[in-house]
Design a protein around this ligand. Structure first.
Ligand code: SF4
Length: 245
């Protein structure tokens, strides 16, 4: 390990030294990363198959050891989360829906009070989920994204950018308030349901409790964003040249 520390490889095979952030790249230069790797040899630590630009080969041994210590110290139950999620994966791979997996994880971690940060547009789905949680004896508390009912203009959103075209009050999504409400409730695990891109970013930043995302919003694809990638050849066919598909 660590033979090629701090080196980045470009698509023409040339090595560039230093952290990639500091590398001044020509416009068309592409730094190869795990996204360009078809071997994925790190899964079984098959060192003979690592590509030239392998990120495992570039890992700093000292930093890797520090990271392992974070799991081992188990502060905020980080190590337990790591072990329980790996065991759940190992025991039930490909057998559970995300809803079932989330419930099983809550049980295994022994969480007592689950917070749900839901988009108001997905409250029907959240209601269904809460019904299931109640049926299996898990206590929860849901807070919708519009909590506080503060007008979007209050935080600087231009009136004309509202969905209603600026014709009156339109409440902002308030993920920080959602996080504060759940913190006051003392939830020990939080779940995001359908928050928009960016709103979820803020909730994840301000959530006091460990959080999982159960539903990501995609208003076009039934909240299944990966479909855009599975169908990229047709979805983005009009941009084929620009995207290099
Ligand atoms: S760490 Fe190395 S082997 Fe693993 S995906 Fe990245 S480049 Fe491929």
């Amino acid at each position: 390990m660590a033979k090629l520390r701090n080196r980045s490889f470009t698509s023409d095979g040339a090595a560039t030294h230093g952290k990639s952030k500091g590398v001044v790249m020509a416009k068309q230069e592409i730094v190869l990363t795990c996204a360009d790797c078809t071997r994925l040899a790190c899964k079984g630590r098959d060192e003979a198959k690592y590509p030239k630009f392998c990120l495992t080969e570039q890992v700093n041994d000292g930093q890797l050891e520090q990271v392992i210590q974070i799991y081992k110290k188990n502060e905020n139950r980080t190590g337990e989360i790591s072990v329980q999620s790996a065991c759940l994966e190992g025991e039930t791979y490909g057998q559970l829906t995300r809803v079932q997996e989330t419930i099983e994880f809550i049980k295994r971690m022994g969480y007592q009070y689950v917070g749900i940060a839901s988009c108001v547009g997905l409250m029907a789905e959240t209601r269904q989920f809460v019904k299931i949680l109640r049926a299996v004896g898990i206590k929860s508390y849901t807070v919708g994204c519009k909590v506080g009912a503060v007008d979007k203009c209050e935080v600087g959103v231009p009136n004309e950018k509202k969905l209603n075209g600026g014709t009156g009050h339109e409440s902002m999504c308030n993920p920080i308030m959602q996080a504060k409400v759940l913190e006051e409730q003392g939830t020990d695990f939080n779940i995001v349901i359908g928050l928009c891109v960016g709103h979820d970013t803020m909730f994840l930043k301000y959530s006091h409790a460990p959080t999982t995302v159960m539903i990501v919003k995609d208003r076009v694809l039934g909240h299944n964003p990966v479909m855009a990638l599975y169908t990229a050849q047709s979805m983005y066919s009009r941009f084929k040249k620009e995207l290099g598909l």
